[in-house]
Design a protein around this ligand. Sequence first.
Ligand SMILES: CC(C)=CC(=O)SCCNC(=O)CCNC(=O)[C@H](O)C(C)(C)COP(=O)(O)OP(=O)(O)OC[C@H]1O[C@@H](n2cnc3c(N)ncnc32)[C@H](O)[C@@H]1OP(=O)(O)O
Length: 257
Amino acid sequence: MAYETILVETRGRVGLITLNRPKALNALNSKVLEEVVAAAEAFDENAKVGAIVITGSEKAFAAGADIKEMQPKTYIEAYMEDFFADWERLTRIRKPVIAAVAGYALGGGCELAMMCDFILAADNAKFGQPEITLGVMPGMGGSQRLTRFVGKSKAMEMCLTGRMMDALEAERSGLVSRVVPAGELIEEALKVAGKIAEFSLPAVMMVKETVNRSYEMTLAEGLRFERRVFHSMFALADQKEGMAAFTEKRSAQFRNR
Ligand SMILES: CC(C)=CC(=O)SCCNC(=O)CCNC(=O)[C@H](O)C(C)(C)COP(=O)(O)OP(=O)(O)OC[C@H]1O[C@@H](n2cnc3c(N)ncnc32)[C@H](O)[C@@H]1OP(=O)(O)O
């Protein structure tokens, strides 16, 4: 497939999606949505890919949903199109998706990063939900996901004031897993994704599914779900291989079975 707004490549076993609308600071319009989701779904189907990285430029991961595209929309258009609903398809990707964020991750950009499984931030990253300054509110999950990541008080302050958070505050608050120097962001993201891609793919996918359940279940239900999935892993050839490799003091050769 030929893409207009993103660059798509594989690096080893990692699928890399780079947002590529530099003149608009990677603002997320309908084309970007269609292409990012299609590329991620194609990587999810590709047996040679074990993990996916989504990134932007050094100046902007994405400065938000495209304000110029949104500005003329009427209520009935937004409602009937279920505007932004297709972004949820990204959360149904079964392989791990890592957001590598440098520069601005604002509004929909911050929300896109939060749809990923974890966020690696460059030291120049800035996160924010400035929709209130435009007379609206987050619409791609920010009011819900940001609150779960950083707690009510900080999420409420950010959504009500539009204040941006720098990378260190984002790390302290639990929004990002780690901060790295901007010049090393992509290499580090590819390294982490590459490491994940070396493990047993079914085991990796079960870990992702189980951690995500913690957002949707009570603790008791989540613990039961975890135990059932853990038990099911004893049906994997990769469990036999992983444990045999440990006892035989050699590296495991996972076959994704
Ligand atoms: C409403 C929902 C549900 C979600 C949203 O995401 S709303 C959007 C939230 N994001 C914002 O409000 C941020 C908007 N952008 C900015 O405030 C600034 O661009 C900046 C602080 C990120 C960077 O400022 P800087 O002075 O460095 O760059 P600009 O000259 O302002 O921008 C360069 C170029 O990009 C266009 N741009 C930036 N952001 C967007 C956007 N979200 N949508 C569409 N276009 C955007 C900006 O207009 C300019 O292009 P032009 O010179 O052609 O106008």
